[in-house]
Design a protein around this ligand. Structure first.
Ligand SMILES: NC(=O)c1ccc[n+]([C@@H]2O[C@H](COP(=O)([O-])OP(=O)(O)OC[C@H]3O[C@@H](n4cnc5c(N)ncnc54)[C@H](O)[C@@H]3O)[C@@H](O)[C@H]2O)c1
Length: 403
C-alpha cells in the first residue's frame, strides 16, 4: 500500500510547529523525476501545480515564448516548490537539458506539431496536451513517429480520470452493470472559451475548431465506452452567440459555440454528443443505456457560487438488480488542483510510466481516433451531410495507418 497522505493537516498553519525531524505522516518523499514544462499558460501551470501536489516529480525548468507567462508561472509556483526553476532561452535548450527526465508540451494546439518535432530530437518521454494536432495529417504523422520513438508520447486526454467517468467506465466495461451497451449520450454545457495568449482558441485554423479543440475529450470517452470503430458521423452546429464581434488583425472569430453530433459505431452502439458554450455555468452529463439498465454520470459546477463542483453516478437496473446513486469526489486538495482531480491521476499515470509500469493513459492512436470523430463531425457541420468514416479515412489517406 502506498503511504497514507493527510495533506489537509500537512499544510495546515497549526501543524507548522512540527519540525522536519518529527514529520512522519507529513513527510514528503524526495521527488525522483525532473520535468520541463513548455508553455506555461493556464494548462502548463495546472501541470506544475499538480506535479508539486503529487510530489513524485520536481518541476526542473520552464520555457514559454512569452516572458510574461514565465514570470507569472514562476511567481505562482514559488510557494509550491522551494527550489528555483531553470528558465530556458529557447525551445531546443528546454528540450535538451540533460537534467530533465520528461517534457510536457502545453503550448497552443497549432504549435504542437512543430514543438513536438524539436522535443522528439531529445529522445525523452513526452507528454503532449490535447488535441495532439489541429489537423489529421499532422495527427497521423505523430502516430507514425510515436511507433518509431523509443521513449513514449502520452496525450493529455485526462477526462477519463474525472471521478464520474472513471466510475462510469468501471460500471459499464468492467462490471458490465448495464449489460450490453446500446446507446451513449454525452452533453457539455459551459461558458465560452476563456481568453488565451494571442486568442488562439477563437480561430479554427489555430485551434483545430471547437469540436477538435474542446470536444476531443468527449469523443475519446465515447470511443472508450463504445469499444468499437466509429462508422458514421452526422453533426449540425454553428456560432450563435459567442465572439460574434470578435476579430484579430481583421480576421473574424470562426469557432462554433454549439453542436449536436451523432455517431454510429460498427458494433451497433449509437452515440450522441451535445455542446453548448453560452451557458453561465458548467454541467456535463453522460447517460449509458444497455440491455439491463441505465447509468447517468454528472458533474456540475456553478462557478458563481462555489470553487468546487459536484459529481455523481446513478445506476438504475429496475428489476434486473441493484440501483444506486453515488456522490463521487476526490479529496479536496486533489479536486481543486485542476479539472476536478483528473489531471492529478493523469500525472500518476505519467510518473508510473516513467518508472516503467503499465498504465491506462491516452495513446497517440487514441488521440487520433478522437480527432477522427471530431474532424468528421466538423466536416458534417460544414457540408450538412453525414460522413462515412471509411470514406473519410480513405479521403485523408489514412487507410494504411488505421486499417
Ligand atoms: N487537458 C485539458 O483538459 C486542457 C485544458 C486546457 C487547455 N488544454 C490544452 O493545453 C494547451 C495550452 O492551453 P492553455 O489553455 O494553457 O493556453 P494559454 O494560451 O493559456 O497558454 C499557452 C502558452 O503557450 C505559450 N506559447 C505559445 N506558443 C509557444 C511556443 N511555440 N513555444 C513555447 N510557448 C509557446 C504562450 O505564450 C502561452 O503562455 C492547448 O493545447 C490546450 O488545448 C488542455
Amino acid at each position: 500500500m502506498s503511504k497514507m497522505r493527510l495533506r489537509g493537516f500537512e499544510s495546515a498553519p497549526g501543524q507548522r510547529h512540527v519540525s522536519e525531524e518529527d514529520r512522519y505522516l507529513y513527510r514528503q518523499e524526495e521527488p525522483k523525476h525532473r520535468l520541463v514544462v513548455i508553455g506555461t499558460g493556464t494548462m502548463g501551470q495546472e501541470h506544475m501545480r499538480v506535479a508539486a501536489l503529487l510530489g513524485r516529480a520536481r518541476i526542473h525548468g520552464i520555457y514559454d515564448s512569452q516572458p510574461l507567462s514565465m514570470d507569472v508561472a514562476e511567481a505562482n509556483f514559488r510557494p509550491l516548490q522551494p527550489e528555483p526553476l531553470v528558465r530556458y532561452d529557447d525551445l531546443a535548450s528546454a528540450c535538451n537539458d540533460p537534467a530533465a527526465d520528461a517534457l510536457l508540451i502545453c503550448t497552443p494546439n497549432y504549435t504542437h506539431f512543430d514543438v513536438l518535432q524539436t522535443a522528439m530530437k531529445s529522445g525523452k518521454p513526452i507528454f503532449l496536451e490535447k488535441p495532439m494536432a489541429t489537423d489529421l495529417q499532422d495527427a497521423a504523422a505523430i502516430v507514425r513517429a510515436d511507433k518509431a520513438y523509443t521513449a513514449f508520447i502520452q496525450i493529455g486526454l485526462q477526462y477519463r480520470y474525472k471521478p464520474q467517468y472513471l466510475e462510469a467506465l468501471a460500471e459499464a466495461l468492467t462490471r458490465r452493470s448495464v449489460g450490453d451497451v446500446k446507446t451513449i449520450s454525452v452533453s457539455e454545457h459551459r461558458p465560452p472559451f476563456l481568453d488565451k495568449v494571442d486568442q488562439w482558441n477563437k480561430f479554427e485554423r489555430l485551434s483545430g475548431g471547437t469540436l477538435v479543440e474542446k470536444c476531443c475529450h468527449y469523443f475519446d470517452l465515447i470511443n472508450l465506452l463504445a469499444q468499437a470503430r466509429p462508422g458514421r458521423v452526422y453533426a449540425t452546429g454553428g456560432q450563435a452567440v459567442n465572439f460574434l464581434d470578435f476579430e484579430r488583425n481583421g480576421v473574424p472569430s470562426d469557432i462554433d459555440d454549439h453542436a449536436f453530433v451523432s455517431i454510429d459505431y460498427d458494433n451497433g452502439i449509437r452515440a450522441s454528443f451535445t455542446l453548448n458554450m453560452f451557458c453561465p455555468d458548467f454541467a456535463e452529463e453522460l447517460v449509458v443505456v444497455g440491455d439491463r439498465g441505465r447509468l447517468k454520470a454528472t458533474e456540475e459546477q456553478d462557478i458563481h457560487r462555489s470553487a468546487s463542483g459536484s459529481a455523481s453516478l446513478t445506476l438504475r437496473l429496475g428489476e434486473n438488480g441493484l440501483s444506486k446513486t453515488s456522490d463521487l469526489t476526490y479529496p479536496r486538495a486533489i479536486e481543486q488542483s485542476g479539472h476536478h482531480g483528473s489531471t492529478y491521476f493523469e500525472h500518476i499515470a505519467l510518473i508510473d510510466r516513467l518508472e516503467g509500469k503499465e498504465v491506462d493513459c491516452a495513446t497517440p492512436m487514441q488521440g487520433m481516433w478522437a480527432m477522427i470523430v471530431a474532424s468528421a463531425a466538423q466536416q458534417s457541420v460544414a457540408s450538412g451531410q453525414a460522413v462515412s468514416i471509411d470514406r473519410f479515412i480513405a479521403e485523408n489517406d489514412l487507410e494504411t495507418l488505421l486499417n
